[in-house]
Write a protein of this length. Sequence first.
Length: 431
Amino acid sequence: MAWNIPYHLNIRQKIVVSLTLCLLIVGCIGWISYRHLSEIERKQHVMEIVDDLSNTILEIRRYEKNYLLYGLTADLDEQKRYLEEGLAVLAKIAPEMKSLQGAPQLGQLEQGFRTYRQSMEKMAECVRQGPHSCAQQVEDELREHGKSLVDLSLRLATFERERIIKIIAALKTQLVSSLIIFLAIGGSLIPIVARKIIRPLRVIEKTTLRIAQGDFSPVPVRDTRDETQRVVEAFNRMIAELQKRQDQLVQAKKLSSLGILTSGIAHQLNNPLNNISTSCQILLEEFGQADPAFSQKMLSNIEQEVHRARDIVRGLLEFSRVKEFALIPTSLHDVVERTVRLVSSQVPPGIELIREIPKDLVLFMDAQRIQQVFLNMIMNAVQAIDSPPGAIRITARLDEENQQAVVTIEDSGSGIEEKDLARIFDPFFTT
């Protein structure tokens, strides 16, 4: 049976796992360090006791020497007192030393104390019985046991000091190792954070700036299977929705412009319809009696006015129709002329529309959208001229050096206020 185990972790899970590992490492290092410090504390306590034992042993040897020189009972009593004091200290610290590596040395030291006490008792018995041949042998044995006692205490002290030094060295190594581990973990987290969080955020920031400039191209989605992928996917859905809403706003703006042009279009259609009506009435009145040449002229006028009305309606339909964006070779002169015909009825008397567009200037452009631009610009220019007379000049020239066309629209109005200059390219901004 196959188990499907997911191995992709999201950012939240990665952070939780990293923090958990860090806490475990910190806990382990803290626990080991605490054990080392506790051991150092115990060994420091043992060292104090060993130093006291060393001083006690020196006092025992001192009273041993005095007793052997002068044979005073007081020196023997003091020696016995120090011996019992040393044994009592050893018995007191024996439970504490069981778990330490210096326990065998402590046992040897306790055995040395007992052996020395037996030798001292033999020596005291020999002194009480008077000079015997055994005195020298027992004295040598006593001196040897005393020297062994001193050596055992020094050996135990040296052993404990060496253990303390080793523990401190291990603690230092552990701290350095833990620092290296933390630096390694931190160093490995930096590229993860930069790649998984900071880089996607920068992409989203740049995309936001592009959207503010009107570029609605989506953000590339990386297969990271984490929160950043879901954020980018949601961001792309938002971009698509914004583009859809902007298209709707553009169409609504276009329909609003159509509403403004409706009255002018009606006026423009009224003129050819009147001419057609007048020509038809004349032909009806002269029916059968009119000169054929005159009748042909009237019919030609009717046909001309029908074509004129057709062009007006066609221009209006072309302007209002929704089309896909497409760059095709288009005569700039024709686009400007169609726009002027649409807005001519909205231009008050006294405002002259001057066009200086080369008829042979053909550019790759979307005619419908460029016509919308010209229409808005001309209407803005008309509104900027507070009181006629005035003039609106539309010029175009080919910049061969930069391979582009330069179109200029000027009016004799009051101009744009300085506070509005920074916003003139914002979508749907108007004064």
